[in-house]
Design a protein around this ligand. Structure first.
Ligand SMILES: Nc1ncnc2c1ncn2[C@@H]1O[C@H](COP(=O)(O)OP(=O)(O)OP(=O)(O)O)[C@@H](O)[C@H]1O
Length: 815
């Protein structure tokens, strides 16, 4: 018997297992798994009764996969033995031949006296491991007979762990090998068949083929082939699962690749970033190839720093700059040698950005920070003068008079020859080795070109002026930018409408002082929507944030006075799934127009204009945060009575630009002039929300007034310190009050911050109470809960033919 052959004492647990095995053999019911070729029959008279341990057990050869267990697990079997059951049910064993027995040596040590064995108490785990591999396995006995001795300091636990890890590693390798073999065997014909099928599908609307392949393998990209892109770029697009180019990409990429200056116009969310990003990547890859052929491949940071950048991309906002950077980084992520991308925006470390700039192939930035860096010298201008692409994204915004003075400065210095010479000796070490005259391509993109800009140039700015047609835009841009070509290519893929095709528009009319209330009602109406609410001022965002937060809505603020990290965090939180414990499952971003341009946040369903946009282009861009990349979405304006007429004119102007572009009106509505529809929200219902809204407003005003007082105090204290006088806030507070304009507001502020902690606590409790009960709104009462609508009941009602009163026509808008 194995245990006896082994000179070492068995650990108790192993001994126990062996005992269990014996027991199983002795108990026929438990003997299912034993692999002895035993049979139950009447005992032959002459055969000799033997003890189990005196039988000549043979070990069973284990499957290959357990080789590395070094015999640690042993399964034994025996031949020529009869298992006999006597009348009392006692089992005994009789050897039929000599082969079945062996002389039993005297045990040297008791089985139970051995070193303590702490392993193997998790047999279930082992079974799991075995199952993982897919093989059914019988492991009946576990003996350490051929296991190598434990090393110094090693425990059985350690040994077991090591073996498990080893086994897992082997399984992993085996699986990988199998997967690889399977892949190689996959018939090429099948692949070809798929490609043909995909090709047949191409040609419908933009983005139609998106996500038509299995997840980790990419999609077929045959629809991109006519653009003659490199295999590397095609591979990258396949990985991004972009099965076909969007209209602007299809139209603009060949023009850029052919070396033209391009002005690209396409509706919001239609893929303009890659319309310039792909040709830049193509040029980069081409240059790499040439460098490779000339054996001049750039391998190190130092080498990279000695070559000029390839492209400069300018964006009006920091967030957009970071987004473009992320978009291009994703595009390049699978490449063997990807371009270095530097993002230069305010709010983040200038020194770090300066360092990044020296290595960059592609520079993306806001004009303010870039100008700051250029002004700092260090030979930066030399690099920039060598760029092959200057991209101006959201060009109409960037070029608007007075807004981005720095952009004009940048364009001026890029174009001036003398600056270059003046700076030449400044930083000899860091300058490019050879400075050649570079023919720069200028690429200009936007969804809108705004007429007001040109009027402003002529000193005739009119608020809410319309959007420019092709001729006007061209004239304007030619005046502002130094294109290489006399006539850049104007690529306009949406002459009919500026608005995304999946967008539904509507407006809500309310009393002049009821905007907060209607905003709250609209948000309650869309509890599952990812919503962006646009305001015209930072102070409105600051005021509305606590107002909506008090009402338990998941709101995140975004405006340009916030620290850059907080801005990025706000977008991140808005984008991630709502952790709010209320019924409101969507999330809300309360923003100024800093979020209006270019931001590509996935799955934004609704845009609410709390304040009316100041100009037509603003309306287009704000609304363009939803219904992107072929998706649907809604845009709702909240208007006071005096604003309605102006809004109708503004929106009609946006939609009428098709006529200005000389295109056929898209539909009857366009023919007759666009008339934005009013959404009738039941006033009775909204008025039921008033008590909570008022309470929340009072609390919000208190918070803001207190914060304001603190910062005023800080300011005055500092001023007093600077002047060397004492500052007493009480004294200031009780000074004779201001009369006239603003006196009412000041009085209110005083009252608001006069509330004690206990008083605000009581107000909060009252509000909490209100929010936890449903609003009694007659027919609709069952639908309105504390922070959203009971959509399920509402839908049931609608299915039953009863229209939810509260929904009004908003429901149609969101369909
Ligand atoms: N060929 C494509 N197929 C599918 N999706 C695409 C394609 N090209 C771009 N996209 C996706 O479409 C979305 C919108 O792209 P992008 O941000 O470039 O739009 P845009 O036209 O610049 O919008 P805006 O005018 O608002 O700045 C992005 O999420 C992008 O990943």
């Amino acid at each position: 018997m194995a245990a006896a052959e082994n000179k070492r004492a068995l650990p108790p647990k192993v001994a126990a297992m062996k005992a269990r095995k014996r027991q199983k053999l002795e108990d026929p019911k438990a003997g299912k798994k034993a692999t002895t070729n035993k049979s139950f029959k009447a005992a032959p008279p002459k055969s000799e009764k033997v003890r189990l341990d005196d039988l000549a057990w043979n070990s069973v050869e284990m499957p290959d996969r357990l080789d590395d267990f070094e015999g640690f697990y042993g399964l034994e079997e025996i031949d020529d033995v009869d298992v006999v059951k006597d009348d009392n049910g006692i089992i005994s064993y009789r050897a039929i031949s000599d082969k079945a027995t062996k002389k039993r040596p005297a045990p040297e040590e008791s089985e139970d006296d051995g070193e303590e064995f702490t392993g193997f108490d998790d047999d279930d785990d082992r079974e799991e491991d075995d199952k993982e591999e897919g093989g059914a396995m019988i492991i009946e006995t576990v003996t350490p007979r051929s296991a190598p001795e434990l090393e110094e300091g090693e425990t059985w636990e350690d040994r077991k762990k090591k073996q498990k890890e080893l086994q897992k590693q082997q399984l992993k390798e085996k699986k990988q090998k199998e997967k690889k073999e399977k892949k190689e065997k996959k018939p090429k014909a099948e692949k070809k068949q798929k490609e043909t099928a995909a090709q047949a599908e191409v040609g419908s609307g933009a983005f139609a083929n998106l996500m038509d392949e299995d997840e980790d393998e990419g999609v077929h990209i045959s629809a991109w082939r006519p653009l003659n892109l490199s295999d590397d770029t095609l591979g990258a697009l396949s990985k991004m699962k972009f099965s076909q180019p969007s209209a602007i990409q299809k139209a603009a990429i060949p023009e850029v690749l052919a070396g033209h200056d391009v002005i690209g116009k396409a509706s919001t969310g239609s893929g303009k970033t890659l319309a310039f990003g792909i040709p830049i990547l193509e040029r980069y890859l081409e240059m790499q190839k040439i460098a490779g052929n000339n054996k001049k491949k750039v391998n190190s940071e130092e080498e990279a720093a000695r070559k000029p950048a390839l492209a400069l991309i300018l964006s009006p906002t920091r967030e957009l700059a970071h987004q473009i950077s992320a978009h291009l980084t994703t595009l390049c992520s699978g490449l063997e040698k990807a371009p270095w991308i530097a993002t230069l925006t305010g709010g983040l470390s200038m020194a770090k950005q300066q360092r990044q700039l020296k290595n960059a192939d592609i520079i993306i930035g806001t004009p303010g920070r870039l100008w700051e860096i250029i002004s700092g010298g260090h030979g930066v201008l030399k690099w920039l003068k060598q760029i092959q692409f200057l991209v101006i994204d959201e060009a109409d915004r960037l070029l608007s008079q007075g807004h981005f003075k720095e952009l004009e400065e940048i364009i001026n210095v890029l174009d001036r020859k003398d600056d270059f010479k003046a700076e030449e000796h400044e930083d000899e070490d860091e300058a490019p080795e050879e400075v050649e005259d570079v023919e720069r391509q200028t690429l200009v993109f936007s969804a809108t070109f705004h007429k007001g800009l040109q009027h402003k140039l002529a000193g005739k700015a009119k608020p809410g002026a319309g959007l420019m047609d092709k001729k006007e835009s061209m004239e304007y841009l030619l005046k502002k930018l130094n294109f290489r070509e006399e006539k850049p290519k104007f690529v306009d893929v949406n002459p009919i409408t500026q608005m995304a095709s999946g967008l539904k528009e509507g407006m809500v009319e309310c009393g002049g002082t009821e905007k907060d209330l209607y905003l709250y009602a609209l948000l309650l109406l869309h509890p599952n929507a990812r919503t962006i609410v646009f305001c015209n001022s930072i102070s409105a965002v600051r005021r509305l944030t606590p107002f909506l937060q008090n009402l338990q809505l998941p709101v995140h603020a975004l405006h340009s006075s916030m620290a850059q990290k907080a801005r990025l965090r706000a977008i991140e939180r808005f984008t991630s799934n709502n952790q709010n414990k209320t019924n409101h499952k969507g999330s809300i971003l309360l923003a100024t127009d800093v979020a209006a341009r270019g931001l590509d946040i996935p799955n934004v369903n609704l845009v609410i204009h709390y304040h009316l946009p100041r100009a037509a282009d603003n309306y287009v861009h704000r609304s363009g945060r939803t219904a992107r990349a072929g998706e649907t979405g809604s845009s709702i304006l909240i208007c006071g009575p005096e604003e309605v007429a102006g809004v109708r004119r503004l929106i009609a102007k946006v939609h009428a630009s098709s006529a200005a572009a000389g295109a056929e009106p898209a539909n009857d509505a366009a023919k007759n002039g666009y008339f934005i529809r009013s959404l009738d929200i039941d006033r009775r219902v909204v008025s039921r929300l008033k008590p909570r809204a008022n309470l929340s407003k009072k609390l919000a005003d208190t918070t803001i007034a207190k914060e304001k007082k603190h910062s005023e105090d800080d300011f005055l204290r500092q001023a007093a310190e600077d002047l060397g006088v004492d500052y007493d806030s009480e004294e200031f507070e009780n000074a004779p009050g201001k009369r006239g304009r603003g006196a009412g507001r000041i009085k209110k502020e005083r009252e608001a911050r006069g509330l004690t902690k206990a008083e605000t606590g009581a107000l909060r409790a009252q509000l909490k109470d209100m929010l936890s009960s449903r609003v009694n709104v007659g027919v609709s009462e069952r639908y309105l809960t504390s922070s959203g609508l009971d959509i399920d009941s509402l839908l049931q009602q609608q299915e039953a033919g009863v229209h939810g009163e509260f929904l009004g026509t908003v429901a149609d808008l969101m369909e």
